[in-house]
Design a protein around this ligand. Structure first.
Ligand code: ADP
Ligand code: MG
Length: 887
């Protein structure tokens, strides 16, 4: 180390505290990376790797990026999963004695970036921390850009679903030295991770492993108390012994270390109670395509249809609401009342939306202002946005609608702050504070004086030039300026003999000479001094103004939240008016009734023909389970999802695409979409399908809604059919699991369940059958469909005629007698039959008997009645069977 140059020694000192991060080391107009950072960084960014002299220690690898373009490079590093430490020069290099003082000012990690071009305006950027507290998970999540900070304690098994819903950009877990190790790290985190991601790393966001001592309860709680200036968390509605406070403390500490200047606007910690919201497991969020489609995009999602918000705050809020449908009717009704108010008064809606269109992202502006990042234009845009509030309030109050009056009252006005910013900032603002001309004339007397000196100075120069020309008789004498000599007088060669004696020669140039005079130098000192002073004063005045604005952070956040609610309510009303939605009635009891319901997304996609609406009635008494049959492409999956989406929308507090809807409280929506309907997942489909089905059977309640789309499809026909059959029986017969269920299936055999189980009702999607051809009517009717029309659909899809003919023969044989005694499908006969008969046309069945003599173990099992056995007896028999088999 002693061999290294002083600069590299400084670098090494700083780097030692930023292991595991890429250190961007400011050197003049560049940020440099050294050694390993340079190698990794140059690879990710595609830069040329060079090297730099390091005294007796040889040369070190080096790669640099220009300061002007650094944001783009940082974005790429962070997107590649790197953490990036920014080390700035803390003093003017001209004034530094040996080496410039340097310091890391921020570390950008995926969950702590605040740089605008790294953020998505319409979704939150959460950093989360989870740890295990017995069989529960203690979770906290924080959006540094908006200051939103939540905590929750939930059953370990629900952690994965909640994390999926929150969608953090980065998650903090306990480990050792940045690795998932250590006594508590490994034990605590493996189940945590499994819960979170099905498989480790499957969550889709980077994990940061923190040292276990950072999870010390006392330290965490102290840190939080100090930050919020409270002695107890009861004021936030949080118990002081809440295990999630540890996660919150870890988050705050981490955020503070990464972004030291960015904590001021975190003024509240909000408890999140999972029971307040409908449970949406990850399968439902994915299958209903709520906020992202199967390829991860936004197209064709419910959110895309709904999002008519005009502010980024509104867009983020709507996204959260869609993922967090409420359980509490009064709260739902409050939201519905607001939507209704805007729905019925289109003039008011238009007026309010025109104003909202001029409102900026106040939430994130507050974050940027209080972390001293906001530039002049951002402060002005805060003032302009706040300036819309009086009109908004007036509009809401004038509406005379009590639902909107309350919302209007929660919007605050900030007349002084708006006036102050208006007085201080000039009309034509530069993007950067350093560009100057930020502060308006008349705001500060000292600044005005310096500026007038500057303008007068310009006049003075013009006068000086004229005076000197007159005095010397040199007509083309010029007063000029450059950075090396400052101000000077230039005289061309032909006039040099006229130069007065008091001119001091400074430089000879090709066409003449340059001179200075004492008078000119005195002027120069004043002018140049003034420029620097003006810049410094503008900077100070702007910072003071920004700090003043930052003192309003807490109120501004509340105002922003109220504006977001207003925006969402008006947006939902706009959707309702535009697309013909109605207000759902939320009803106590167990009934869901939808008249002429439509699928909100598919109805906008079907081109050429109109979407066919359908009625649905579900309850826990007569219409608990709907078995919905119909050929492929008839519209079963669409109907299933449409019921789920309408029920969800009602709980979000939105109008719904139907002519009429009465919706009871639903605690949970389960969806299970058959393997072949969900190709994008590409996993071992049958296993996934059975996992998800098991989850439903173990967690459903009578208040749940279950949407089963073609379960059992991932295996052979008979297995699939029998599984589907027994699942239906179970949901019907187990009182604690008797959820309202729609079961779409192309196994028309399932329709026989209606005659056996009183609460099962058959419906089918109608098709018009013209012999060879079918037309899908997309309308459901009572009763089961008796045919599957698969061959007609195949024809529509362009399957060659000979294949279709053969298929029809095979079908006739199957329907005739299905299988021969030797378990050979009787498919073989017919003119199109291949010569060699295949024995394994059907997939091997789980329950099929193997050919050959009967197996004694199987025979014994057949005779057993498990219900009449004690556990000991059962175990004994198991041992005996094992012995028999081992013989
Ligand atoms: P299934 O699940 O029965 O195979 P889908 O629900 O996937 O059928 O629907 C197939 C297609 O039929 C959809 O993509 C849509 O274009 C159209 N469709 C479905 N339901 C309707 C409807 N009610 N009105 C109009 N078109 C519909
Ligand atoms: Mg389908």
């Amino acid at each position: 180390m002693a061999d290294e140059t002083p600069l590299m020694q400084q670098y090494q000192r700083i780097k030692a505290e930023h292991q595991g991060e890429i250190l961007l080391f400011r050197m003049g107009d560049f940020y440099e990376m050294f050694s390993e950072d340079a190698k990794l960084g140059s690879k990710i960014l595609g830069l040329t790797l060079t090297s730099r002299n390091n005294g007796a220690a040889g040369r070190v690898p080096l790669a640099g990026v220009p300061v002007k373009a650094v944001e783009g490079y940082i974005a790429r590093l962070v997107a590649a999963g790197c953490k990036v430490a920014i080390c700035e020069q803390m003093e003017d290099p001209k004034k530094a004695k040996i080496i410039v003082k340097r310091q890391v000012t921020e570390v950008l990690t995926p969950g702590t970036v605040m740089t605008e071009n790294l953020l998505e305006a319409t979704s939150n950027s959460f950093l989360a921390c989870a740890q295990r507290a017995g069989e529960r998970a203690a979770l906290a999540w924080l959006d540094l850009t908006t200051g939103e900070f939540f905590l929750a304690s939930l059953p370990l098994a629900r952690l994965g679903d909640e994390l999926r819903r929150i969608g953090p950009r980065e998650i903090l877990l306990e480990g050792v030295n940045g690795l998932p190790e250590g006594p508590r790290g490994a034990q605590a985190n493996v189940p945590l991770l499994e819960a979170a991601c099905e498989k480790p790393g499957g969550l889709g966001c980077p994990c940061t492993w923190l040292e276990d001592w950072r999870f010390d309860r006392a330290t965490c709680v102290e840190g939080l108390k100090k930050h919020f200036g409270v002695a107890t968390f009861n004021g936030f509605g949080i118990e002081d012994d809440d295990p999630a406070l540890v996660s919150a403390g870890v988050l705050l500490d981490y955020a503070g270390r990464m972004q030291p200047a960015a904590l001021a606007h975190i003024v509240r910690l909000q408890p999140y109670f999972p029971g307040d919201y409908m449970v949406l497991d990850r399968a439902s969020v994915a299958n209903l395509e709520l906020v992202s489609n199967f390829s991860g995009g936004r197209g064709g999602t419910l959110l895309e249809t709904l999002d008519r918000t005009l502010t980024a705050m509104g867009a983020r809020t709507l996204r959260r609401w869609v993922l967090e449908p409420l359980q509490d009717f009064p709260q739902i009704e409050k939201r519905l009342d607001r939507v209704a108010a805007f729905h019925s008064d289109s003039a008011l809606r238009r007026g309010v939306r025109d104003l909202l269109a001029e409102v900026a992202d106040i939430e994130r502006l507050v974050g940027r202002i209080s972390s001293q990042r906001a530039g002049p234009r951002e402060l002005a845009s805060l003032a302009a946005s706040l300036g819309r509030i009086p009109e908004l309030k007036a509009g809401l109050a004038d509406s005379g609608n009590p639902a909107l009056a309350g919302l209007g009252e929660s919007l605050r006005e900030y007349p002084q702050l708006v006036a102050e910013i208006g007085r201080a900032l000039s009309d034509d603002l530069p993007a950067l504070l350093a560009d100057g001309n930020v502060i308006r004339a008349g705001y500060n007397a000292g600044l005005d004086e310096l500026r007038s000196f500057q303008t007068e100075g310009k006049d003075w120069l013009v006068r000086l030039e004229a005076d000197q020309r007159a005095r010397s008789g040199i007509g083309n004498l010029k007063v000029k300026y450059n950075r090396v000599f400052g101000y000077f007088i230039e005289v061309t060669r032909s006039n040099l003999h006229l130069v007065p004696a008091d001119y001091i020669r400074k430089q000879t140039i090709s066409g003449g000479e340059r001179f200075i005079t004492p008078e000119l130098k005195e002027y120069e000192n004043k002018v140049l001094g003034a420029e620097e002073k003006i810049a410094a004063l503008e900077y100070d005045l702007f910072c003071a103004l920004r700090e003043h604005a930052a003192t309003f952070s807490a109120e501004l956040q509340e105002t922003a939240a109220a504006l977001a609610c207003l925006d969402v309510a008006a947006a939902l009303a706009e959707v309702a008016a535009d697309l013909g939605y109605v207000r759902p009635s939320m009803v106590e009891g167990d009934r869901i009734f939808i008249r002429e319901g439509r699928h909100p997304v598919v109805e906008r996609m079907v081109q050429g023909h109109k979407f066919v609406p359908n009625d649905i009635e579900l309850d826990n008494r007569e219409n608990q389970i709907i078995v919905l049959t119909g050929p492929n492409m008839a519209g079963k999956s669409t109907l299933l999802r449409q019921v789920g989406l309408i029920v969800l929308l009602a709980h979000v507090g939105s109008f719904v695409p139907a002519a009429e809807a009465a919706v009871c409280r639903v605690d949970r929506i389960f969806t299970r979409v058959g393997a072949s309907d969900n190709l994008a997942r590409g996993q071992s489909t049958f296993m996934v399908e059975m996992n998800e089905t098991a989850n439903i059977l173990n967690n459903a309640s009578p208040a749940s809604l279950i949407l089963l789309d073609e379960i059992g499809r991932g295996t052979s026909t008979f297995d699939g059919l029998s599984i589907a059959w027994s699942v239906t029986e179970y949901l019907h017969e187990q009182p604690s699991r008797a959820a309202k269920t729609i079961f779409a299936t192309h196994y028309h055999e399932l329709t026989e369940l209606e005659s056996l189980l009183p609460r099962v009702k058959n419906f089918n999607v109608m098709v018009k059958d013209y012999g060879e051809r079918v037309i899908f009517l997309h309308k459901i009717q009572r009763g089961g469909s008796d045919r599957s029309y698969g061959i007609q659909v195949a024809r529509l899809a362009g399957i060659p005629q000979t294949v279709l003919e053969r298929a029809r023969e095979v079908l006739a044989n199957l329907e005739g007698g299905e299988f021969s005694a030797g378990h050979v499908p009787r498919l073989a006969s017919g003119s199109h039959a291949p010569r060699a008969q295949r024995r394994d046309l059907d997939q091997l069945s789980l329950f099929a008997a193997a050919p050959g003599p009967p197996n004694p173990a199987v025979e014994r099992l057949k005779d057993l009645d498990p219900d009449s056995l004690t556990p000991i007896e059962a175990l004994k028999i198991l041992y005996e069977l094992k012995k028999d088999v081992d013989k």
